[in-house]
Design a protein around this ligand. Structure first.
Ligand SMILES: [Zn+2]
Length: 152
């Protein structure tokens, strides 16, 4: 499942990337370009704009809430999203590229030293060069997702 996400829905886009979904932003512009891209790349459009035609796009979801928890809830309900834990944290949150594991030594000096000392697994985005690691936030995300899944 791939997405084209309205730039107004920035947090939602990041959460989808965090879960490992291919989620690209779109900026306000020609609606025909948006629909063309959705069809060509097979992406579901997530938007708050009621004017975006329902008919031509493969699928369009009108996001109702302002709150990320409710937005995610809507997607879980309407798309039957599944959380695949092995895909969580496999994408760069900034550019949507898949991140690749790197040797620990290569992360030296590029992450805070306490992170370097306490973490073993590091990943890099080939596009923007950001280094990622599964730190404490990783545990929190897993907890949140587990709780969330039970509710939905
Ligand atoms: Zn990146």
């Amino acid at each position: 499942m791939k997405f084209l996400v309205d730039f107004m829905l920035g947090r939602l886009c990041k959460w989808l990337r965090l879960l490992g979904y291919d989620a690209e932003y779109f900026l306000p512009g020609k609606k025909s370009d948006l629909i063309y891209r959705s069809l060509k790349e097979g992406r579901i459009i997530l938007t708050r704009d009621t004017k975006i035609s329902k008919k031509k796009a493969i699928k369009r979801i009108l996001i109702k809430s302002d709150y990320i928890e409710e937005q995610m809830g809507q997607l879980f309900r309407e798309l039957d999203l599944q959380i695949e834990y092995k895909k969580v944290f496999t994408r760069c949150l900034v550019c949507n590229m898949e991140i690749k594991p790197i040797e620990k030594e290569k992360a030296r000096g590029r992450v805070p030293s306490y992170v370097f000392q306490t973490q073993e697994n590091f990943y890099i985005c080939a596009n923007c060069d950001r280094v990622y690691w599964k730190g404490t936030h990783w545990g929190l995300v897993k907890e949140w997702l587990a709780r969330y899944k039970q509710k939905s």
